[in-house]
Design a protein around this ligand. Structure first.
Ligand code: PLP
Length: 421
């Protein structure tokens, strides 16, 4: 209660902004992930890896727009290409040259990508990938995983609660090889696709084992189903995604987030044979439309972001920095003997307030929920901005000094709140 009072007292303008928003937006919100009580902090501006809220507080930004903000808030190269693009006019109602350039970059890097198409978001990319799988196989069922997140229209809740999905979906348990294999085999006759994140992001930064992914690969093939890796978040783990790190190649891959340098973006692609359902030269092909699919800003920024700013070297360095940070954080937790740990891969990580291995999403206890809120409030008071649920996604401008600041804040939390942990 004391931490919450301190939060409220420091943010009169954010409180007022929330009250105003509630009159026109249900819950005062237009993105569920940004909702939390008593009210969310409204940001005014950002530079590099720093943010300033509308009440004038400064924060180290460690969530980086849930991975979409990879390049930070003010990368000069991205700002320059956007300004140059704006100067040449928006909404040209035509194909441009950048979509092929960006397509070439992505197809050269991601093992599964032979053909690709662009969308406005990761959500759309997943919807289109599933539509492609259904058209290609002539089957209808989708197998997903409890706690999987594939966008606002496809959230597969953790505990068996209802699923918001436009298709008949059956759900299996993540990393459960035996159970999932049985389900795939049982449903093979109707199964169009198996869709999964090779590391769950929203579900808690929980990596799939390589064995699990390799088994999904083999079983999807045997069942005549399309294997889809949702790499909207995990694509950053190498320049060619987590599929390249694991050496497991899906039939289709979905992408999004940072790839257009911070502009709205999504992409889906994979085997030429599957993607040919969209080939307009083909009799009976399926339409894939979207006014902003090739908007000039996303295409231009994407070409620069992926072609110049985030290649093998940058991706590998980022992954190594994230691994080092997570190891340091887990050392702090171990040294203090607290029930707290950080899971994840590379630059994406998530604190959990429990001990023991975490291999799939779980229903957290009220005590865990309270600790999660307290941790968030303590970090905000220390000038560190993460997801409300604690997730961290490093951005390229975050350096050693900034990472050390987070480690110090976690250390302080462990010391100050030890009786609760
Ligand atoms: N898939 C995954 C794994 C995601 O984490 C997200 C967004 O967080 C999406 C899909 C949806 O992407 P978008 O928010 O661009 O629609």
């Amino acid at each position: 209660a004391e931490a919450r009072e301190r939060y409220v007292a420091a943010r009169p303008k954010s409180a007022a902004a929330h009250a105003r928003a509630r009159a026109v937006l249900p819950g005062g919100n237009t993105r569920s992930v940004l909702f939390y009580t008593p009210f969310p902090t409204a940001m005014a501006k950002g530079e590099g890896c720093w943010l300033e809220d509308i009440d004038g507080h400064r924060y180290l930004d460690l969530i980086g727009e849930f991975t979409a903000g990879l390049f930070g808030h003010s990368n000069p190269r991205i700002q320059a290409v956007l300004q140059a693009t704006i100067a040449n006019g928006l909404n040209l109602t035509a194909v441009g040259e950048n979509e092929a350039k960006l397509g070439e970059i992505l197809c050269a890097r991601f093992p599964s990508l032979e053909r690709v198409r662009f969308t406005n978001s990761g959500t759309e990319a997943n919807l289109m990938a599933l539509a492609a799988a259904r058209a290609h196989t002539g089957k209808s069922k989708i197998l997903g995983f409890y706690g999987g997140y594939h966008g606002g229209a496809m959230t597969f809740a953790g505990g068996g609660s209802p699923v918001n999905a436009p298709y008949p979906v059956i759900l299996a348990q993540y990393n459960d090889i035996e159970g999932t294999v049985a389900m795939i085999r049982e449903n093979a006759a109707d199964l169009a696709a198996v869709i999964l994140e090779p590391m769950m992001g929203g579900g808690g930064c929980i990596p799939a084992t390589r064995d699990f992914l390799a088994t999904m690969r083999a079983e999807a093939t045997a069942a005549g189903a399309v294997l889809i890796f949702d790499e909207v978040m995990t694509s950053r783990h190498t320049a060619g995604g987590l599929q390249r790190l694991h050496g497991v190649t899906p039939d289709l891959t979905t992408l999004g987030k940072y790839m257009a340098g911070g502009m709205s973006f999504g992409a889906f692609g994979g085997k030429a044979e599957v993607m040919s359902v969209f080939d307009a030269y083909r009799e009976g092909s399926m339409p894939h439309s979207g006014t902003f699919n090739n908007n000039v800003l996303s295409m231009a920024a994407g070409t620069v972001a992926m072609g110049e700013l985030f290649r093998d070297e940058e991706a590998d360095a980022l992954r190594a920095r994230g691994e080092a940070l997570r190891a340091a954080l887990n050392q702090v937790c171990a040294r203090h003997g607290v029930a707290m740990q950080f899971t994840g891969i590379g630059s994406m990580m998530q604190p959990h307030f429990r001990t023991g291995p975490i291999i799939r999403p779980y229903a957290s206890t009220p005590a865990e929920d309270a600790l999660r809120e307290l941790f968030f409030l303590d970090l905000m008071a220390a000038g560190i901005y993460t997801a409300r649920r604690g997730m961290v996604a490093l951005t390229l401008p975050v350096g050693d000094a900034e990472a050390a600041r987070y480690v110090a804040a976690v250390e302080e939390f462990c010391e100050a709140r030890k009786p609760l942990l």
